[in-house]
Each structure stands twice: as structure tokens, then as C-alpha cells.
Design a binder for this molecule. Structure first.
Ligand SMILES: Cc1cc2nc3c(=O)[nH]c(=O)nc-3n(C[C@H](O)[C@H](O)[C@H](O)COP(=O)(O)OP(=O)(O)OC[C@H]3O[C@@H](n4cnc5c(N)ncnc54)[C@H](O)[C@@H]3O)c2cc1C
Length: 330
């Protein structure tokens, strides 16, 4: 059964009173500050509410996507016809059980890292500067210094596309570099159990400080961006070096299309200089990939995911886009 926008709005208001916004520009929410308006943006306050919401969206055949802090997403300029389900501070529970923790999907990663340090739990210092939720991080199997959060996962309690609860063990998650089964099946992380080693809080703190210092020096943190655009998986890294170095050697550092610019500070970052659009960014991604292939025979693949009008996501390099001659050089 598909449903009219008015009926859907009424049902959402009934289910999540006070937690439904209409026509929200994703450029106001996303860390890249790019994206047109979404019909409905909702913030469920509990896992039960989340399950009922997904079940409603499934029954009414509505397009939807779960997001955390939208720090790894490029939203369509035309916006999204459907529902964005935000799982962030609204679902951020935390408890410790021995060397394990149980954390809800919306927990902010930098504060989780600080909490692990205070608790004397070591092994995930590398996540300290990553601006996202633990649900997004697990979905992306994110991390830094070529480490990934999947290594700490015991199991993940997810909701499937019908709102049914399912538990995935670490094996079920099929983690690989910046990929997971959660991403492949668009499951929603409600809660995860993670394991660490006991450690000395002051050593953990000093490691985290040094990681944060080096990130502040390397990354363009003042302009809107989404972190590394291209994946730096260990095999590619061994053969070509980091994607930023490949792009720099192509002579593209600082190059821009519209207001989307390859950061002069770090070439694997694309920054929004004010009014960048998704199309500017996709064109720049295409241009980078063509140059890297032509110069080094190197096939750069995107870590960043594009969200289309139908709320479906795919790696940004898979989005077809024209590179018009009038717009390819500035
Ligand atoms: C300055 C900067 C630095 C960054 N550095 C790093 C880094 O060092 N390492 C790294 O890995 N990433 C990095 N990123 C990218 C990003 O922060 C991570 O991928 C982060 O984990 C994404 O979390 P999020 O909550 O913002 O997810 P979103 O961007 O909102 O979503 C990303 C994906 O996860 C899915 N998702 C979100 N929440 C859930 C959930 N609860 N359940 C299931 N799926 C969900 C979304 O559908 C989407 O497919 C950086 C980004 C920025 C802006």
C-alpha cells in the first residue's frame, strides 16, 4: 500500500509526537552542507519507537534512510522524497559489563572514545576524532590509521527493513575495509556490544591526544567536508600510497568545480567553499578518478555515499554524472 504525503505526515505525527519535521534542507544537517529538502525528518526516542516507525514505513511502502550525523553522506540537490530517520543523541545509551560495553547506535563517537579512556578500556583510540555516531561507524566499518571498529564488535542488534529485531555476530557482519553486511542490507544499528582490553587511562589519553593533534594538522577541519572521499584500503595503499598523495601527484590539489574544492590542505578531502552542490562534487569526483586512472592506472573508489531522491545510497563514484567541458577547469 503506498500512502499520500498528508496521510503519512499524520501517521508520523501520531507515532512520534513533536519529533517530526517537514521539508528540512539536508544542507542544514549534513556535514558537507549540501543537499535539498527531505519530505520528513524524524527522531525516534527509543528502540521500540524506531521499530514501530520502520514497520509503518515498510507497510506504507515509503522510501527512507537511517542516518547518524550525516558526516559521510552526499545528499541529492533535489532533496529526498521520503523520510530521513535520525539516530543520534536521541538513542545514545551506554553501559559497561567487564571489558565489554553495550552502546546504542546514536552515541557520538568522540564522546564514546573519551568514555572508554575514563573507563580504562583500550583498543579503539583510533576512533577519537571521527565525527559521527557509533551506528554509522559500525555500518561503514570506519576507523583511522587503517584500523576499523569491526575488530571490536561482539554482536550488533539491528532492525531489518520491516522493523524486526535481528542479532548479527561479528562473523555475520562480514566486515571488510569500510564495508559491512549492515551497509549491504541497509539494516539499522539499534545497539552494539563491543570488547576492549584493560588499559591505563593516562596512556590511552596520551595516545588519543597525539592522534587528535596529528588530525588537526593534516585535515581541513574548518570548512564543511565529509572526511576522506576515497577509500585507502591496505592493498591500494601498498601499491599506490594514500589516495591524497595520488591526487596530489595528478596536480589536482586546490582544483575546484563550482564551490567544491579539492582541499589545498589534504587532497583526499573535498571542501565546500560556500555554495557547493552535489553535482559539483560528483563532477569533481569523476574528474579525480579519470586523472588517477590516466596517470597511474589507479582506480580510486569512494568511501563517501551518495543519497538519491529515492533515499537509496550508493558509493558516490557509481553515480552517473556529465563532466561538461565548460565546467571542468577553473
Ligand atoms: C572531518 C571528518 C573526518 C572523518 N574522519 C574519518 C575517519 O578518520 N575514519 C572514518 O572511518 N570516517 C571518517 N569520517 C567519515 C564519518 O565521520 C564516518 O564514516 C562516521 O562513522 C559516519 O557516522 P555518521 O553517524 O555521521 O553516519 P552517516 O554519515 O549519517 O551515515 C553513514 C552510513 O551509515 C548509515 N548509518 C548511519 N547510522 C546508522 C545506524 N544507526 N544503523 C545503520 N546504519 C547507519 C547511513 O545509512 C549511511 O549509509 C570523517 C568525516 C569527517 C567530516
Amino acid at each position: 500500500m503506498s500512502i499520500s504525503m498528508v496521510d503519512l505526515g499524520e501517521k508520523l505525527d501520531g507515532l512520534l509526537p513533536g519529533a517530526v519535521d517537514r521539508n528540512v534542507y539536508m544542507s542544514k544537517i549534513s556535514r558537507w552542507r549540501i543537499g535539498g529538502p527531505v519530505d520528513f525528518l524524524v527522531r525516534p526516542q527509543s528502540v521500540d519507537e524506531l521499530a514501530s516507525l520502520i514497520s509503518l514505513l515498510d507497510r506504507s511502502e515509503t522510501n527512507w534512510i537511517a542516518v547518524g550525523h550525516s558526516s559521510n553522506l552526499l545528499f541529492s540537490d533535489s532533496g529526498l522524497r521520503g523520510v530521513v530517520v535520525v539516530i543520534a543523541d536521541n538513542l545514545a545509551g551506554f553501559r559497561r559489563e567487564g571489558d565489554q560495553i553495550v552502546v546504542q547506535g546514536g552515541h557520538w563517537v568522540p564522546s564514546l572514545a573519551r568514555r572508554l579512556m575514563q573507563e580504562g578500556l583500550a583498543g579503539a583510540e583510533h576512533i577519537v576524532g571521527i565525527p559521527g555516531t557509533i551506528g554509522g561507524l559500525i555500518c561503514m566499518n570506519g576507523g583511522s590509521m587503517r584500523k576499523s571498529i569491526g575488530a571490536n564488535v561482539v554482536h550488533v542488534d539491528c532492525l531489518d527493513r520491516h522493523g524486526t529485531r535481528i542479532r548479527l555476530t561479528q562473523d555475520d557482519c562480514q566486515f571488510s575495509y569500510r564495508k559491512s553486511e549492515i551497509q549491504a542490507r541497509s539494516l539499522v544499528v539499534a545497539e552494539a556490544r563491543l570488547v576492549f582490553q584493560p588499559g591505563d587511562p593516562s596512556e590511552i589519553r596520551s595516545q588519543m591526544r597525539s592522534i587528535l593533534r596529528s588530525r588537526r594538522l593534516k585535515f581541513p577541519l574548518k570548512q564543511p567536508n565529509c572526511g576522506s572521499v576515497f577509500v585507502s584500503d591496505p592493498k591500494m595503499y601498498e601499491k599506490y600510497g594514500p589516495p591524497g598523495a595520488v591526487i596530489e601527484k595528478c596536480g589536482l590539489k586546490g582544483f575546484q568545480i563550482g564551490d567544491a574544492q579539492i582541499s589545498p590542505a589534504h587532497a583526499n578531502f573535498i571542501v565546500n567553499r560556500g555554495n557547493a552542490t552535489a553535482v559539483d562534487t560528483l563532477r569533481l569526483i569523476r574528474l579525480i578518478r579519470e586523472k588517477a586512472m590516466e596517470t597511474f592506472d589507479c582506480d580510486l573508489l569512494c568511501e563517501v555515499r551518495y543519497v538519491g531522491e529515492d533515499c537509496a545510497t550508493l558509493p558516490a563514484h557509481q553515480v552517473p554524472v556529465q563532466l561538461h567541458a565548460s565546467q571542468d577547469c577553473q
